[in-house]
Design a protein around this ligand. Structure first.
Ligand SMILES: *Cc1c(COP(=O)(O)O)cnc(C)c1O
Length: 410
């Protein structure tokens, strides 16, 4: 049977973890897109409209009654956004996707929709610091209780479940320690207790893990990172079954955390090379991690592809590649010596974020935790001598040469 690109419009079945890369690049290029487009253009149009017209009153009534998929008002969605949502859903093997203006907007959008007063959520404790801050500081104001359990302690997570528990939350891999969640086990705990599960898979992307195929209910990504891939846009996405996402989408229409048509197009364009880019990120991450592990000035490397990593076993089972993020500790260095190593970088650029074509380097203590107390940093596992390298898609040899000269700095 011959396969045409229009067959890749929508892939509503969960992806098969056994053949995870079947058609990833074909789906990245063609998924979600119409075969024939306005003006016969090969690319989608950027429709710059905040509102959409109806021919007459009957057309409005028909739109409402038949839930027609067409534009109404920009805050409820724009045409370019639907294309990206369908492409992302196809890549993830999810029924539906909802696009947001940032990863945090996606996270806050889901939590605000799913949770009510006196509900409880349980977190694996290694997580993006703003996600934790939102739960502890802001959801607490509305009577939602956040319980942290140690990452990877499934028994503690299960024991913390009460009749009020609504959501189990984790990242995989976590940041910056790159701990890996056993997705089958995580999903199973949720199913056993009738609690929704969500994985923030930003660091893995659908190229490296398929949480939905493992039974997880919801997946979210900061599309600002690998999905957009070029350090030139902010976006977020939540994916899962339509019945779960419908009320979340309704709330997004009220929040208004949507993308401009131009931003949607940038994301669509970035996604065309998703498969290619991920291969290079994975290769660079692995090469750099192996180099660092053998360097005499390096005390420890966190990278799930290394056998020395605490979660290598689970990673090997659940991941098809280990991503571009590598965290390491410099031997016998205080925070200022560590900063000098970061400052010496010539290829890697000093910046927060990850997942773009440019390699980025940062010292978590300075970049994200400078205003925390030493006790808080100890709680979050942020060491003074820690460096986080987010490999881009440059040549691995050049990244290694850059690190080599950085590590010569005293
Ligand atoms: C960056 C990031 C976020 C937040 O996404 P934004 O697009 O910056 O809002 C959430 N989770 C993880 C794991 C991230 O790396």
């Amino acid at each position: 049977m011959s396969v045409t690109p229009s067959d890749f419009k929508q892939q509503t079945t969960p992806r098969d973890p056994e053949t995870p890369h079947a058609s990833v690049s074909t789906t990245s290029v063609h998924g979600g897109e119409a075969r024939q487009k306005p003006s016969h253009a090969i690319t989608d149009s950027v429709v710059l409209a905040s509102t959409f017209t109806f021919e007459n009153t009957q057309a409005i009534i028909s739109f409402i009654e038949n839930e027609e998929d067409r534009g109404e008002y920009g805050r409820y969605g724009v045409p370019g956004e639907r294309v990206v949502e369908r492409k992302l859903a196809a890549l993830e093997g999810a029924e539906e996707a909802i696009l947001y203006s940032s990863g945090m907007a996606a996270f806050v959008g889901v939590l605000n929709s799913v949770l009510s007063q006196s509900d409880e959520i349980i977190f694996f404790d290694e997580c993006y610091h703003r996600s934790r801050e939102y739960c502890r500081k802001h959801l607490a104001r509305f009577g939602v209780k956040t319980i942290d359990v140690k990452t990877g302690d499934y028994d503690a997570m299960e024991a913390a479940i009460t009749p009020k528990t609504k959501l189990l939350v984790s990242e995989s891999p976590t940041n910056p320690h790159l701990s890996i969640v056993d997705l089958d086990r995580f999903a199973e705990i949720g199913k056993q207790h009738g609690v929704l599960t969500i994985i923030d898979a930003t660091l893995a992307t659908p190229f490296n893990i398929q949480p939905i195929a493992h039974g997880v209910d919801l997946v979210m990504h900061s599309a600002t990172k690998y999905l957009g891939g070029h350090n030139d846009l902010l976006a977020g996405v939540v994916l899962g079954r339509k019945e779960i996402l419908d009320p979340i989408r309704t709330l997004r229409g009220i929040m208004g955390a949507v993308n401009s048509p131009h931003n949607c197009y940038l994301l669509q364009r970035g996604l065309k090379t998703f498969g290619l880019r991920m291969k290079q990120h994975n290769e660079n991450g692995m090469r750099v991690a192996e180099y660092l592990e053998n360097h005499p000035r390096v005390e420890k490397v966190y990278y799930p592809g290394l056998e020395s990593h605490a979660y290598h076993g689970v990673a090997k089972e659940t991941m098809q590649g280990y991503g571009g993020l590598v965290t390491f500790l410099v031997k016998d260095a205080d925070w200022q010596q560590t900063a000098r190593i970061v400052d010496a970088a010539k290829v890697a650029r000093i910046a927060p974020s990850l997942g773009g074509v440019e390699t980025l380097i940062e010292q978590p203590l300075v970049m994200s935790y400078f205003q925390c107390t030493p006790e808080e940093r100890a709680e979050f596992g942020i060491n003074d001598n820690m460096i986080r390298l987010a490999c881009g898609i440059e040549d691995a040899d050049d990244l290694i040469a850059d690190l080599q000269q950085c590590l010569e700095v005293k």
